[in-house]
Design a protein around this ligand. Structure first.
Ligand SMILES: [Zn+2]
Length: 155
């Protein structure tokens, strides 16, 4: 009988293919955002995943994170690729997300105008034009506080 050995060889080939990865479970690596790069998009469990992020701006803070707590991202910086990350693929799909915050953003509170100069019809404003002498240092002032020492104008 010639058919039987061929059947077993075929079975063996299928079994080996299964072991070497063709049939092994692979998990997807996906990214939420632009600028990410990776060589492969699917990895077997335990495989080391490497991906990069190259849209790096110096005035921006970045925070990278995976969608599950069992993924520990190892972050390095490479002048050629930008950020280079590695992690070990768990037994499920992984999605990488990124948060960025521009560090140059103005703090609106820091540039708030003085509240008592806003309204020209304000009674306090007309009082500000009167000159007065600082009882603390003798400086002549026409503002609410002494220009020299900061002493508040006596009412
Ligand atoms: Zn003064």
């Amino acid at each position: 009988m010639m058919r039987k050995p061929i059947f077993y060889i075929l079975l063996g080939v299928i079994f080996i293919m299964g072991l070497t990865g063709c049939g092994a479970a692979k998990y997807r690596l996906s990214f939420d955002g632009f600028g990410f790069g990776s060589e492969k998009t699917s990895y077997a469990e335990g495989e080391t995943v490497t991906f990069t992020y190259d849209m790096v701006a110096t005035d921006t803070d970045y925070r990278f994170f995976a969608d599950s707590g069992d993924v520990k991202l190892k972050q390095e910086f490479d002048g050629k690729h930008g950020y280079v990350f590695t992690f070990t693929m768990p037994a499920h799909d992984v999605k990488i997300s990124m948060e960025s915050r521009n560090t140059m953003t103005m703090d609106p509170e820091a540039h708030k105008p003085e509240t008592d100069t806003a309204d020209p019809g304000n009674k306090e404003d007309s009082m500000q034009t009167e000159t007065w002498y600082c009882p603390e240092c003798g400086t002549k002032n026409d503002t609410k506080y002494c220009a020299q020492c900061g002493f508040k104008k006596p009412q």
